[in-house]
Write a protein that binds this ligand. Structure first.
Ligand SMILES: NC(=O)c1ccc[n+]([C@@H]2O[C@H](COP(=O)([O-])OP(=O)(O)OC[C@H]3O[C@@H](n4cnc5c(N)ncnc54)[C@H](O)[C@@H]3O)[C@@H](O)[C@H]2O)c1
Length: 304
C-alpha cells in the first residue's frame, strides 16, 4: 500500500510517520516545513520514506497514486488559528475542498479532526452531540469535516488534546505546557480551573490513525472521537497529577480563559471497535519531566 501523511513534519505527523515506517509501509511525508526540517531528520535516510516539500494549498501532487491519505496538515490549535485566521481558513478549509474534489472512490482518507468542536457546555459529548465550535480553530476543523464527509470513503478522527514527546514539540498543548511551567517556572496559573478537557498520548494518537486504516471498511463514512473514556480531566485535576511528581504552586486566576472549551467526551464508539489508548497522563508527565530536564523551549518556535 502507498501511504501519504500530509503534515508529516508536525507534532503528530512525525510520530505517525515513524510508526508507519516501523510497521513496514512505504510512506510519503508531505509538509511545507513551516516549523523547520529538524523534526524529520532522524527519518530522512530511511529508504522507505519519500519526503516532499509542498504547500497543501495547491492540493496533493500525484494524489491518485496513494491508497491511503492521512490528512494532518493544517494550522493546528487555538493560539495559531487565533493569530492567523486567514491562513486557517485557506489551509484548514479551502485546501481540504481541493483534496475532497481529488479523492477517488477506491482511496482511503483519514482526517485529523478534533474534539475541540464540542464547545463549552460542560456536558458529556458523543459523536451525535451537536457541535458548538467556539474558536476559529474548531470552526475550520468542523467545516473541513463537513466538506470531506460528502465523500463516502473518509473517516474523521476527532482527537482529544494530545500530550507527550515528539521531535516537533508543541508547547501550546495543555499537558506539555503545564509540565514545562511546573519545572521551569515552579508555578502554573489556571484560568477556568474547573474546565474539563480530554487527552491522548501522541503515540496512542499515531496508533489510532493506523487502527483506522486497518479497520477502514468497518469505520468508513464515520466520525469517531479518538481518545479514551478514562482520560477526561479538569485543568485542576491535571495540575494536581503533575504536582504529585513536581513541587510547584498553582494560582487560580479570576480572569476567564479565552479558549472557553469545557466538555467531557465519550469514546464508546471507537472503543467498541477495539481501539483503546495505552498511556496515562502520568506516563506522559514522567516522559516530559525527563525531556524537560535538558530541553529549553525558545519562543520563536511558538509563532508561525
Ligand atoms: N495536537 C493535538 O492536540 C490535536 C488534536 C486534535 C486534532 N489535531 C489535528 O491533527 C493535525 C496535526 O496536528 P499537530 O498537533 O501535529 O500540529 P502541527 O502544527 O505540529 O502539524 C501540522 C503540520 O502541518 C504542516 N502544514 C501547515 N500548513 C501547511 C501547508 N499549507 N502545506 C503543507 N503543510 C502544512 C505544518 O508544517 C506542520 O508540520 C492537525 O490537523 C490538527 O488540527 C491535533
Amino acid at each position: 500500500m502507498k501511504v501519504i501523511v500530509t503534515g508529516g513534519a508536525g507534532y503528530k505527523g512525525t510520530v505517525l510517520t515513524k510508526r508507519l515506517l516501523d510497521a513496514g509501509y512505504d510512506v510519503t511525508l508531505l509538509d511545507n516545513f513551516m516549523y523547520g526540517y529538524e523534526p524529520v531528520m532522524h527519518l530522512a535516510t530511511n529508504k522507505k520514506l519519500n519526503i516532499v516539500r509542498h504547500d497543501i494549498r495547491n492540493g496533493i501532487p500525484g494524489m491518485k497514486d496513494y491508497d491511503v491519505i492521512f490528512h494532518l496538515a493544517g494550522i493546528s490549535g487555538f493560539p495559531a488559528c487565533a493569530s492567523n485566521p486567514h491562513s486557517a481558513q485557506l489551509i484548514n478549509v479551502e485546501a481540504v475542498r481541493q483534496i475532497a474534489n481529488d479523492l477517488a472512490p477506491g482511496q482511503m482518507l483519514i482526517n485529523a479532526s478534533t474534539t475541540s468542536m464540542y464547545g463549552k457546555s460542560g456536558e458529556a459529548c458523543d459523536e451525535t452531540t451537536p457541535v458548538d465550535p467556539v474558536s476559529t480553530y474548531a470552526q475550520t476543523k468542523y467545516a473541513a469535516e463537513q466538506i470531506l464527509h460528502e465523500k463516502p470513503n473518509v473517516i474523521s478522527l476527532r482527537f482529544a488534546t494530545v500530550f507527550g514527546f515528539s521531535t516537533r514539540m508543541r508547547m501550546d498543548l495543555m499537558i506539555n505546557d503545564f509540565v514545562y511551567k511546573a519545572i521551569k517556572e515552579r508555578v502554573i496559573v489556571l484560568f477556568d480551573s474547573f474546565a474539563k478537557r480530554t487527552f491522548i498520548h501522541v503515540e496512542d494518537a499515531a496508533d489510532c490513525y493506523i487502527f483506522a486504516m486497518r479497520n477502514f471498511d468497518a469505520m468508513k463514512g464515520g466520525i469517531f472521537n479518538a481518545g479514551g473514556n478514562s482520560l477526561n480531566f479538569s485543568k485542576e485535576e491535571v495540575a494536581e497529577k503533575i504536582r504529585k511528581k513536581v513541587d510547584f504552586s498553582i494560582i487560580n486566576s479570576e480572569v476567564r480563559d479565552k479558549d472557553l472549551r469545557h466538555f467531557i467526551v465519550n469514546f464508546d464508539r471507537i472503543e467498541k471497535l477495539g481501539y483503546k489508548p495505552q498511556k496515562s497522563i502520568e506516563d506522559g508527565v514522567d516522559e516530559l519531566i525527563r525531556i524537560y530536564g535538558f530541553y529549553e523551549y525558545y519562543s520563536h518556535y511558538r509563532t508561525i
